[in-house]
Design a protein around this ligand. Structure first.
Ligand code: KG4
Ligand code: ZN
Length: 336
């Protein structure tokens, strides 16, 4: 059979990214232009700036992806683009670029959901992985436990009631004095600290047993710093980072392992920006080993936002006939 070469575009937040992926698994190119240094100054992503930078960068990022893959537009099978969820002005840049390219070339247009892409990053790292499996997606905007029934069918069984895991990392990191986005700084500091130094809340969530709540934990970290300052005492940043990270790992491990047992899954997958967290990767690996579950997580380069994962998911959407016409619009909030 002929190769399916998908050009993928991602612009949902603060990375402008393009990639060419062959048959859903082979990454021929993967270009990411990050705006993070610019947003750092403001302590978070400024949507207006993100849109403007996507506009400036998208042409050369897409050109770069084709060049690095050694392909021209004539070699492509289809164009995949992240259309939801994300910052609306940011998404619109990628969506409209993809629509223009689809109109000019006649290539089919594949709309791809961002969370589906994060999950699909695992198909690149682990070509042998196939659904069904149970997946924890933890990113800056989402914390979901998802049953992946097949490549394009999903059932969300747990979600956060307040902050996403990545958001909690970033807000706690801010209290610790780290720059935005602080998740990775907590990860590094946690290695040097004592995870039992601070007792942090691990709240029960009423209703669904698989739902999360991270805002109480984040607030406890902020309050600890605040109270210490008033009393004129020091908080050990490394100890706090380690204690915070351990509590997040406890919360995720408890719910995810509980769900796997209850629903009978033996394949456990981690995805999303927070899947880069070394403590969480190790913890879930250990928990899975104890139970004889297989554990999957993307390589570090595919955990954060990128377009290779969009190309991977795009392949299965294409196979399933999930195509869009030129009326495709970007959507800020959308269930998987
Ligand atoms: O998936 P992603 O790149 O963007 C969204 O779709 O939201 O996730 C970004 C989030 C940020 O909150 C960032 O702090 C977090 O992932 N993150 C981490 C680590 N690397 C990135 N959190 C904890 N430990 C890390 N090593
Ligand atoms: Zn993401």
């Amino acid at each position: 059979p002929e190769n399916v070469n998908i050009l993928a575009i991602e612009s949902s937040c603060d990375e402008t990214a393009a990639a060419v992926v062959q048959n859903g698994k082979t990454v021929l190119s993967n270009i990411i232009s990050s705006q993070v240094e610019e947003h750092k100054k403001y302590g978070g992503v400024v949507p207006e700036i993100a849109s403007r930078r996507h506009c400036e960068n998208i042409c050369w990022v897409v050109d770069g992806a084709l060049k690095e893959a050694g392909l021209t537009l004539d070699d492509l099978t289809a164009i995949a683009v992240t259309y939801a969820p994300g910052l609306i002005g940011a998404l619109l840049v990628g969506v409209n670029y993809a629509k223009g390219l689809s109109m000019a070339t006649g290539l089919p247009l594949i709309p791809v959901h961002h969370i589906r892409s994060h999950i699909a990053a695992n198909y690149i790292t682990h070509p042998e992985l196939t659904p069904p499996f149970l997946c924890m997606v933890a990113s800056g905007g989402h914390s979901h436990i998802i049953e992946v029934l097949d490549h394009v069918t999903f059932r969300v069984i747990g979600r956060t009631r307040d902050d996403a895991a990545g958001e909690a990392f970033d807000k706690a990191a801010r209290a610790m004095g780290f720059p935005y986005p602080g998740g990775v700084y907590i990860d590094k500091a946690a290695k040097l600290g004592n995870p039992d130094a601070y007792k942090l809340p691990h709240p029960k969530v009423d209703g669904s047993v698989y739902d999360f709540s991270f805002s109480g934990l984040k607030t406890a970290v902020i309050n600890t710093f605040h109270n210490a300052k008033q009393k004129g005492v020091e908080v050990d940043t490394n100890d706090m980072a380690a204690s915070f990270q351990k509590t997040v790992c406890d919360m995720i491990a408890e719910k995810l392992m509980g769900a796997a047992k209850e629903l009978g899954y033996k394949k456990i997958v981690l995805a999303g920006g927070v899947s880069a967290n070394l403590g969480l990767r190790e913890r879930l690996k250990t928990e899975c080993k104890k139970r004889n579950f297989d554990f999957y997580v993307p390589t570090l380069d595919l955990c954060g936002d990128n377009a290779a994962m969009v190309g991977a998911q795009g392949f299965y959407e294409y196979k399933s006939g999930n195509l869009a016409d030129l009326s495709l619009n970007a959507v800020a909030t959308k269930d998987i």
